[in-house]
Design a protein around this ligand. Structure first.
Ligand code: FES
Ligand SMILES: [Fe+2]
Length: 377
């Protein structure tokens, strides 16, 4: 006997957390902060100023001056300090006021918030911690072998604002089915591993033959991807595109930082390995072309996020990925270190059985192709 459930499923959703995730967040490319000007960044519910001092160090401070609230990101870099546009108080990268040109002495309490930074592989990171602690030594961002190497291209980089809470992009780590329905690929292998502060997605997929290839560009036959989040916001994807003429090795970064509870800055960038079939110029052109296809992919996500509801109790079928386990992993970044529980950080591994989805999707592709052939004849 089958049981009939006639109760209507209700969507449950609490407001997005007012707290921001603990962890390293990438603010963008070092080269974009190195023009001698202060940069204004809306992040973590406030405004930051990013400036490169004469000594070459990039500093990140709270932008609002502790004197009378001036915006340091409208100020001027003077030596190693940022000068406030309001009364010229000079703030050092350590957060201390170094000089007040019109005053006999600097008040001993003249100290603002200095953010811990990391410059690595051409990227600038800041450490966010609501408890105000320094980053533990074991929470690092791995080096990216290809970055800065002559055998690879430079970063081709994208930045965009997304008006939703950043949990939506995290859900992508486990959401296999959406790759078929919105991203035009046909996943054939899909596995997740969560452990400590790292969440990984192993993905193999083919292209959907029923969809047109982008204007004049060959479509990859498929992709092999190992994508891992190191902490709450920074993903490194070792992504191989399989083309007729061979494999293209790429590294795709996908990272974000929160502006506030309901918006974030999404950034992503790609480098491509040069080879005999892919000399420097062509490798860069490939990085741009592949980057643009990634951009189209994120735009597909954004179109969904714009219209969807926040949902704390997704209703899942057996062929969906481990959304609840992923969200438990993600929760570790939103509680105090002392509140982190084993279920948030213990190793968890799950491989989806793709047999049924692959059958269904191949069938759908065949039907679409038949329909297209009929329409064309
Ligand atoms: S408000 Fe910044 S110097 Fe006065
Ligand atoms: Fe997506």
């Amino acid at each position: 006997m089958t049981t009939v459930h006639d109760e209507v499923r209700q969507i449950q959703a609490e407001a997005a957390p007012a707290r921001f995730a603990r962890g390293w967040h990438c603010l963008g490319l070092v080269r974009d902060f190195s023009d001698g000007e202060p940069h204004s960044i809306q992040a973590f519910g406030t405004r930051l100023v990013v400036f490169r001092g004469a000594d070459g160090t990039i500093n990140v401070l709270d932008a609002y001056c502790r004197h009378m609230g001036g915006d340091l990101s409208d100020g001027e870099i003077k030596g190693n300090e940022i000068a406030c546009p309001f009364h010229d108080w000079r703030w050092g990268g350590d957060g201390r006021c170094k000089q007040i040109p019109y005053a006999r002495r600097v008040p001993p309490l003249a100290r603002t918030r200095a953010w811990t930074t990391l410059e690595q592989d051409g990227l600038l990171f800041v450490w966010n911690d609501p408890e105000g602690k320094k980053p533990p030594a074991e929470i690092t961002i791995p080096r990216i072998d290809g970055a800065g190497s002559d055998e690879w291209t430079d970063w081709h980089w994208y930045t965009t604002v997304v008006n939703t809470n950043c949990r939506e992009i995290i859900d992508n780590i486990v959401d296999m089915a959406h790759f078929f329905y919105i991203h035009g690929s046909l996943p054939t292998y899909f596995r997740n591993v969560f452990e400590g502060h790292v969440a990984t997605q192993y993905f193999n997929g083919g292209a959907r033959d029923d969809l047109p290839s982008p204007e004049g560009k060959p479509k990859p036959l498929g992709t092999t991807s190992v994508a891992a989040y190191y902490g709450p916001s920074f993903m490194i994807d070792d992504l191989v595109y399989h083309f007729e003429d061979g494999d293209y090795q790429t590294v795709l970064l996908n990272c974000h930082y929160p502006i506030d509870a309901n918006s974030f800055v999404l950034q992503y960038g790609i480098i491509v390995k040069k080879s005999e079939t892919l000399p420097a110029d062509e490798a860069m052109a490939t990085a741009i072309a592949l980057g643009n296809s990634v951009k189209a992919g994120f735009e597909q996500d954004v179109a969904i996020w714009k219209r969807k509801a926040r949902i704390d109790n997704p209703l899942l079928c057996e062929e969906d990925g481990p959304v609840y386990q992923l969200r438990r992993w993600y929760q570790q970044f939103y509680v105090d270190v002392a509140e982190v529980t084993p279920e948030m950080v213990d190793r968890f591994e799950f491989e989806l059985d793709t047999t049924r989805p692959v059958e269904a999707w191949q069938q759908q592709v065949r039907e679409n192709l038949a329909r297209q052939a009929e329409a064309a004849s």
